[in-house]
Design a protein around this ligand. Structure first.
Ligand code: DER
Length: 235
């Protein structure tokens, strides 16, 4: 099975949790894309009805519009029944790294306001500790004096050998700009950052930081699709 086939299997399994009449958080990324497609298919087949989608990015908004899924927002629906989204990393306690696709702020706003948050991943996303993969730990920051903020983030985690890098768009090398007109600094760690809650609090205390990509104690269920089948981990 290819990685994308595994993502699709996890996504379809998550959509089994969707009931007619639900207000649904629609995730962002290549895994969540399959869930949004599947929801639209069930609506078309009449197997689901009266669904309202709350998109977590402009990209997902556009996908849902093209599929005819009725949409709304958090102003109209401050409580979401179920959110389905992917993740970049999942640790054994169901803590997540998200945001390598750049949508972490709207994702966290939607997913922190939902009753159930079902995460869908292929098995490659499972890690022992968050941030130990050496891959990006995204932090959304304001563009104003971004170097100042990036340097403060790097210094905060210097004991973990942290390197902070402004995310640039592949096309033109300009700073990547999020849906909220902010920048993203990616943090790369050489050593485990230890206490995640403490790290989260210290990051959020820096004026200039908007949000980070650690989704701690938020997922209620993680669906993992692997070569040997699908496993469902509940909080
Ligand atoms: O950027 C994001 O937050 C995405 O949801 C990411 O965490 C998962 O993206 P993928 O499903 O394309 O791997």
């Amino acid at each position: 099975l290819t990685q994308d086939e595994l993502k699709k299997i996890a996504a379809y399994k998550a959509v089994e949790y969707v009931e007619s009449g639900m207000v649904l958080g629609l995730g962002t990324g290549s895994t969540a894309k399959h869930a949004v497609d599947r929801i639209a298919e069930l609506l078309r087949q009449g197997k689901l009805h009266s669904i309202v989608g709350i998109p977590t990015s402009k990209k997902t908004h556009d996908q849902a519009v093209s599929l005819g899924i009725p949409l709304s927002d958090l102003d109209a629906h401050p409580v979401v029944d179920l959110a389905i989204d992917g993740a970049d990393e999942v640790d054994p306690f169901l803590n997540l790294v998200k945001g390598r696709g750049g949508s972490l702020l709207r994702e966290k706003m939607v997913e922190s306001s939902c009753r159930k948050f079902v995460v869908i991943v292929d098995e490659s996303k499972l890690v022992k500790h968050l941030g130990a993969s050496g891959l990006a730990m995204p932090v959304e920051i304001v563009p104003f004096c971004w170097k100042f903020t990036a340097q403060r983030l790097q210094t905060l985690f210097e004991d973990s050998g942290c390197v902070a890098q402004l995310r640039t768009s592949v096309e033109n090398g300009e700073p990547f700009v999020t849906d909220n007109r902010n920048y993203i600094v990616d943090l790369y760690f050489k050593k485990d950052i230890g206490d995640l809650k403490a790290a989260s609090d210290e990051i959020l205390r820096l004026a200039g930081v908007v949000e980070h990509g650690m989704f701690l104690d938020m997922a209620t269920t993680v669906i993992v699709a692997g070569e040997l089948g699908v496993t469902v981990k509940n909080k």
